[in-house]
Ligand binder design. Structure first.
Ligand SMILES: [Fe+2]
Length: 218
């Protein structure tokens, strides 16, 4: 297996971008019925499962076995996650998906946060990719400031120390929650979720993928 960086980073003007970090960002279509079913399934699980601590503050984190829950809605979400993982892996590998094979193991779980709940800053050790699918953003009006937004930190240490035109270094990237959307990113990328303020619940599905035995062929 070659160990060369293949992300496209060469610009037309002779500048090369170093250390790019891929983020998969896609809103899946026609997810209303699936999300409605998932809300019902996740509520039922919350009644049976006291949950885990993890990064959540002011909310419920299910057991890490959502991928095994036997419901058609869960299978749909696993398909969405599979799309996300295929696309982000194609980008990191620099080859199309018919040119590689890999063993991928994954876990998934559900999160519910209610008014004031958040996820503290964390990463997902032991995994290759991590991500989140929004079942219900909980936000029914205009999105205000950082309400419930996921925030990714620039992983390059102390890069905010030097003033640079355009201020491209050291800035967090905040992205809004939206029903049916997936964000998927390297598991080492530190992230948090700003406190959610709203009268409804905010329901998401988190996932971790470990990629091993990666092989490329022609
Ligand atoms: Fe996370």
């Amino acid at each position: 297996m070659k160990n060369t960086m293949k992300l496209k980073v060469e610009l037309e003007n002779g500048v090369r971008l170093l250390w790019p970090t891929p983020l998969f960002n896609k809103k899946f279509d026609e997810t209303e019925a699936i999300n409605k079913g998932l809300v019902r399934i996740i509520h039922e699980k919350e009644r049976q499962d006291i949950g885990k601590k993890k990064s959540i503050i002011g909310g419920w984190h299910s057991s890490d076995d959502l991928h095994l829950w036997d419901f058609p809605e869960v299978k749909e979400i696993l398909n969405f996650i599979s799309t996300a993982i295929t696309e982000i892996t194609k980008t990191s590998a620099g080859v199309s998906d018919d040119k590689f094979s890999a063993d991928m193991t994954y876990i998934a779980w559900a999160n519910i946060i209610r008014n004031g709940g958040m996820h503290r800053m964390h990463s997902h050790p032991g995994s290759t990719w991590s991500g989140v699918y929004y079942v219900s953003s909980g936000i029914d009006g205009p999105v205000d400031d950082n309400n419930g937004q996921i925030s990714f930190l620039d992983p390059r240490g102390a890069v905010e120390m030097i003033p640079t035109p355009g201020n491209p270094f050291g800035q967090p990237l905040n992205l809004p929650p939206e029903d049916g959307r997936i964000y998927c990113f390297p598991a080492w990328l530190k992230h948090m979720v700003y406190p959610y303020q709203g009268s409804q619940e905010r329901i998401t599905i988190g996932f971790n993928i470990r990629v091993e035995n990666f092989n490329e062929f022609n």
